[in-house]
Design a protein around this ligand. Structure first.
Ligand SMILES: Cc1cc2nc3c(=O)[nH]c(=O)nc-3n(C[C@H](O)[C@H](O)[C@H](O)COP(=O)(O)OP(=O)(O)OC[C@H]3O[C@@H](n4cnc5c(N)ncnc54)[C@H](O)[C@@H]3O)c2cc1C
Length: 440
């Protein structure tokens, strides 16, 4: 291998052959894709137990509306934006027109969907592109819901209507560089000053949409009460800086940022009065965790749909891959996983509606569904052979996108411990006293 000494030389040699020899750009028809890529999204074959039967006509209708939009508008462009790790700003008005932002929130221009309808929209977005569903979730199920739950009437009137149309975009900042799973120990402070609050020397990490959000919902420790409160910070507030986190291997379209606060002033009217302690975040997490649990469901459905089509199109040993017993077994295992994931997700929605769903219930659901999703996309990736590592066929992208979902909204471990605490009455988040003593 020739050793190259400069970035310019690297760029030169990395050019596709056609441009290297100054030929016209490579015609895709000259490539050998072997099957239909996911830019032409396959029909839905993964709803084997006819989930539609459990849905109201309104829920079925929003399902089809989001599905059609995603297959037509997002499928053709998603691989390109994912590869470039860029956000397709031009699709935002069309996403707004779907009438899904705000989910279950009633009034203030929000759609007032049932929790099941809201969950299905998350799955249908994620079936085609998990980044798109994450963008919507952060804005809607985290930021908008926090304002709806903890905001004053004036704040709701001011922010929610334009957020429902995606005219105002929001992010939601809880995690800090040193406090991820242990977010309740966060260190960013808010100190009362004349006319408002001063957010001092704080840092936030991983915050989705934060590089371009108009409004940032930020959690900080009130230095008077020592409790965690929430504040609405405007994007142009002096002392605020958000930097994009580069080199992610999943959800590459989502713009995650590191945020730095240097004496940012927040007027009194932008403090959310209903967020008086970390305990209050649970009201948001109950719904947002349930929504996130529907992401792996949608992702797995998309991967199954693509794999199902691929196995019929691609031939080896003189027959379509679908002819072989081992490939059928993997496909059926994926399908079985998806049916069980849907039914658990649906049951959680019904319990949420009845007011009987606990944090233990939803945490088990998010942890279990996500781990089954991981298994499902990994089978899909395997079934597509070499094409299973190309973003063009969805499965490689979905495989990578599931990893951050396994980790955010409480990691698999933390969600397991939440359920463990509920069923035993014993919290095991912190090392036991004896372990701590042995460290001394
Ligand atoms: C793509 C992406 C988007 C995100 N978006 C947002 C966002 O919009 N807003 C926001 O506020 N945050 C966001 N996050 C942050 C996310 O919530 C955290 O990454 C998550 O809570 C885990 O924290 P951590 O990464 O610091 O991992 P850590 O807490 O350092 O955990 C590392 C490992 O240790 C394990 N672990 C930690 N504590 C325990 C314990 N007590 N017992 C057993 N195991 C334990 C974890 O399960 C994990 O496996 C995002 C993260 C990612 C990756």
């Amino acid at each position: 291998m020739t050793v190259r000494s400069s970035e310019t030389q690297d760029e030169q040699y990395n050019k596709p052959k056609s441009s290297y020899f100054n030929l016209p750009a490579l015609d895709v028809s000259l490539a050998f894709p072997q099957a239909t890529p996911a830019s032409l999204f396959p029909p839905c074959t993964s709803d084997y137990y006819q989930f539609d039967d459990l849905l109201t006509p309104e829920e079925q209708s929003i399902r089809m509306k989001v599905r059609e939009y995603m297959e037509k508008e997002i499928a053709p462009i998603m691989a390109k934006y994912w590869e470039k790790a860029e956000f397709p700003f031009h699709v935002v008005p069309k996403l707004g027109a779907l009438g899904i932002a705000g989910g279950t929130i009633k009034g203030y221009g929000c759609p007032g969907l049932s929790i099941t309808a809201s969950a299905i929209t998350v799955a249908e977005l994620a079936r085609v592109d998990a980044s798109c569903s994450t963008f919507v979730l952060v804005h809607s199920a985290l930021a908008m819901l926090t304002i709806a739950i903890a905001g004053t009437e004036t704040q709701k009137q001011k922010y929610l209507p334009s957020m429902a149309q995606f005219k105002t975009i929001a992010c939601w900042g809880l995690t800090e560089p040193d406090y991820g799973s242990d977010a309740s120990s966060l260190k960013t402070t808010a100190t009362k000053v004349s006319g408002g609050w001063r957010i001092l020397e704080g840092q936030k990490r991983w915050i989705g949409n934060s590089t371009f959000a108009d409004v940032l919902v930020i959690f900080a420790r009130n230095t008077t009460t020592n409790q965690i409160n929430a504040f609405l910070v405007k994007k142009d507030a002096p002392g605020l800086q958000a930097t994009k986190i580069e080199n992610k291997i999943g959800l590459r379209i989502v713009q995650n940022g590191d945020i730095l606060f240097k004496k940012v002033f927040v007027p009194d009217e932008d403090k959310l009065p209903g967020m008086t302690s970390f305990w209050d975040t649970k009201k948001v997490f109950a719904a947002s965790r349930l929504m996130v649990a529907w992401q792996p469901i949608g992702i797995s459905m998309g991967v199954y749909d693509v794999s199902h089509r691929y196995l019929k199109e691609r031939k080896q040993f003189g027959a379509p891959l679908a002819d072989f017993q081992l490939t059928q077994q993997k496909l059926v295992q994926m399908l079985g996983n998806i049916q069980a994931m849907i039914l658990i997700g649906w049951r959680l929605c019904k319990m949420y509606e009845k007011g009987t769903m606990t944090m233990g219930h939803v945490s088990l659901g998010k942890a279990w569904i996500t781990s089954k999703g991981r298994e499902t996309v990994s089978l899909g990736r395997e079934l597509l052979g070499g094409n299973g590592i190309l973003t063009d066929f969805l499965v490689a992208k979905a495989f990578c996108d599931l990893e951050p979902i396994y980790t955010f909204e409480g990691t698999y471990d933390i969600n397991t411990l939440v359920t463990g605490r509920e069923i035993t009455g014993i919290a095991s988040f912190k090392p036991s006293a004896s372990t701590q003593q042995s460290r001394l």
